[in-house]
Design a protein. Structure first.
Length: 426
């Protein structure tokens, strides 16, 4: 499982590639694709999915017994912090460098992106006969083409004492040298078109992101660690997918919800802070000929697991963790608590998960933020505020969250997948 996860992270070069990989896995397991703009005619003992804006995907299964239904939901996010390429990105300066204009997406650890071999992937839009529906095409330049260079220590003697990077100047990658051989047609758009056998004149717009081309690795004396990009939150996306595929429930509707835009607050049409999940649940109910009263009964009998990354205790900074709650790598998934409800966990929902884990001999840990350290937010409170059902927040522990490369324990991937599998089997 860990090698499959490593392959998954290496190929998830942007959020669009991630969702495309999810779709391929679902198609291989005979999930049927739905369209949001068309009527749904669902059948018992069938499996379905749909995509929203190429970056959000929701999959679900219908059991044989639909006399008394409820929803078992896992929610995660497909996006990650990094750099998005701006419109009109080429910057030609007097120092003969062709630089690419970018903006920061979410909250990455900025200096981890310096001096890395970078490439770009995402999607482009082509002309089509339907003016309201341009054609979307995934693209990926699968080789290093850029780097964001550091300033040499000889020119910045205080660099090891800490340096503030300016986003508009210090974090722009170099793509080429401007010399006598340079052609004004040597643009990023033309490069993307050439690498993907597309006529550049057909391209209307593009949404491209930088990614580190260095492959992730498994390491450690006993291969106990994985170091790769986007563990936050591909670990949850991957384990949610395989937990669903390996389950065989005869009761309840299993839903895997993979949302975009969590790293920027989820307030988008394809984010968790929309009615997309609620609308999906109601459409499923309607297609199964349930009335509105029956839908509410289904709703209030349901349970949601919000899956996102958790912090592991750091070897050099253990004081950053809570005094009595210090999750460790390879010691199981982490249930996340917050008195201020930045996580949706409460005593009821954590009890459900603890009982489930204990009955199936699945290791778990718990965490609460150090009271002097402000923690991050996640999908749980956002999703449960829209669908108001019992919800818990959990995830695998990791080091260096939001770095271009993060570290986690190899056993924790299987651990979380197994929890999701038994949850879907309830």
């Amino acid at each position: 499982m860990i090698n499959k996860f490593l392959e998954f992270t290496n190929n998830s070069t942007s959020v669009y590639q991630t969702v495309n990989l999810l779709e391929k896995n679902l198609k291989n397991e005979n999930f049927k694709k739905l369209k949001l703009e068309e009527e749904w005619n669902l059948n018992i003992n069938e499996k379905y999915y749909f995509k929203k804006n190429d970056s959000t995907l929701i999959a679900f299964t219908i059991p044989n017994n639909i006399s008394k239904l409820f929803f078992k939901i896992t929610a995660n996010h497909t996006d990650n912090p990094g750099f998005k390429i701006k419109t009109n990105p080429e910057i030609i300066n007097s120092e003969s460098y062709l630089r690419i204009n970018t903006e920061v997406y979410g909250g990455p650890i900025l200096n981890t992106w310096l001096d890395r071999p970078l490439s770009v992937s995402g999607r482009i839009f082509l002309k089509s006969d339907d003016l309201l529906s341009p054609k979307s095409v995934l693209v990926d330049i699968k080789r290093p083409i850029m780097v964001i260079p550091n300033v040499a220590i000889h020119q910045n003697r205080e660099i090891n004492e800490g340096i503030k990077l300016t986003r508009q100047n210090d974090l722009l990658p170099i793509l080429a040298l401007i010399n006598n051989e340079f052609n004004k047609k040597d643009t990023l758009l033309n490069l993307v078109a050439h690498e993907n056998n597309i006529d550049p004149n057909e391209i209307i717009d593009m949404e491209l992101f930088l990614y580190d081309t260095t492959p992730g690795v498994i390491f450690g004396l006993n291969n106990e660690f994985i170091n790769t990009g986007k563990i936050d939150n591909l670990a949850s996306t991957f384990t949610g997918l395989h937990g669903l595929l390996e389950s065989s429930s005869e009761t309840g509707i299993n839903i895997l919800a993979c949302f975009d835009n969590e790293e920027i607050g989820s307030r988008t049409k394809q984010g968790a802070d929309s009615n997309l999940l609620l609308n999906t649940m109601e459409r499923i109910s309607l297609s199964l000929n349930k009335n509105r009263e029956e839908f509410f009964q289904m709703l209030y009998s349901s349970f949601l697991i919000s899956m996102d990354g958790a912090h592991a205790v750091h070897p050099a900074k253990p004081e950053k963790m809570d005094i009595t709650n210090k999750p460790k790598l390879n010691n199981g998934f982490v249930i996340k608590h917050s008195a201020n409800q930045s996580y949706s966990t409460d005593g009821f929902s954590s009890s459900v998960i603890k009982n489930l884990a204990k009955l199936n001999n699945i290791k778990y840990q718990e965490t609460v933020n150090n009271s002097d350290e402000k923690g991050g937010g996640t999908l749980g409170p956002i999703s449960s505020s829209h669908i108001e059902i019992n919800s818990v927040d959990l995830g695998i522990p990791m080091l260096a969250m939001h770095s271009v490369k993060e570290t986690a324990g190899t056993k924790d991937i299987d651990n979380l997948k197994e929890l999701i599998r038994v949850f879907y089997n309830i």
